[in-house]
Ligand binder design. Structure first.
Ligand SMILES: [Zn+2]
Length: 283
């Protein structure tokens, strides 16, 4: 069912839970996520990469995700992830996205604020906006970007700026950089709980943790206690699906080029990951 992403996240936080968000490059993965959410009786978020939203076929995928979300028996939101281009944001919302991460984290501070305000002026009050303060290392769509555990290469969110940033952007959610990275971690992730704690006391809006693939479950469970209400997963989901496809491909080729059967394995791999993640984040 349709839901405002901020309401979904806030009500989860009130129960001590966070809502997982999964990058969907395709409809098979999205169907798996929604089926896992329905089985768990919990809400979920379908993320669309900006490169997806920048193509005509990607916009059609967003339309399909909209239909899937609305027909679900649990609250499901459709968010455009990491957008820097106002036209892409407008196109994605017109296609069916109900939330946008207006990501100016790579820009100078004032330009970051201006991007989020520009997104609000363009998209209006009904589109939920996430903003990001502090740069995350790594590449969202590929697994090889990050050099270290994250701390040394990523700019940590400056907690002293949080109040000003939140009030001037009017964002409903805030993505933070606390040692989390996109892609695979080299070595153990070193999450800076002290920085997260410092941020959490300075704003009431829910916080968002990106690059959660590779962060141990027992760490993730702690996040909701520090007002992290949304956790984004991409790499780990892709890794699982690709490993399954690699494993299943030869057999399905020799079984009469059985693409339908292979898609079934794709779906169940994504569904298993989504179910495990929902269970981890849910209290
Ligand atoms: Zn991200």
């Amino acid at each position: 069912m349709r839901t405002r992403l901020d309401h979904l996240v806030t009500s989860a936080l009130q129960r001590g839970s966070a809502v997982p968000a999964f990058t969907c490059y395709d409809f098979t993965t999205a169907m798996a996520v929604v089926a896992a959410a329905e089985e768990a009786g919990r809400g979920a978020i379908l993320l669309v990469a900006p490169k997806t939203a920048a193509t005509p076929n990607g916009l059609r995928l967003i339309g399909a995700l909209r239909g899937l979300a609305d027909a679900a028996s649990v609250p499901v939101a459709v968010q455009l992830d990491h957008a820097t281009d106002l036209q892409v944001m407008a196109d994605a919302v017109a296609a069916g996205a109900d939330s946008v991460l207006a990501d100016g984290s790579a820009l100078p501070y004032e330009d970051n604020i201006a991007l989020v305000r520009g997104a609000r002026a363009l998209l209006g009050p009904d589109v939920v906006l996430e903003a990001e303060l502090g740069g995350l290392a790594g590449d969202e769509d590929r697994a090889f970007g990050a050099d270290q555990s994250g701390v040394a290469v990523a700019g940590l969110t400056d907690s002293a700026l949080v109040e000003d940033f939140v009030s001037r952007t009017g964002a409903e959610l805030l993505a933070v950089a606390v040692g989390n990275v996109h892609g695979k971690y080299k070595g153990e992730p070193q999450l800076r709980w002290d920085v997260l704690q410092d941020i959490a006391v300075r704003t009431h809006i829910p916080l968002v943790l990106h690059g959660a693939s590779g962060i141990p479950a027992e760490e993730l469970v702690k996040a909701a206690a520090m007002n992290v209400g949304k956790v984004n997963f991409n790499t780990e989901l892709r890794t699982g699906v690709l490993a399954t496809l690699q494993d299943q491909l030869p057999g399905h080729r020799s079984d009469g080029e059985n693409l339908q059967g292979l898609l079934g394995h794709w779906n169940s791999s994504a569904r298993t990951f989504a179910a495990k993640t929902l269970a981890t984040l849910t209290r």
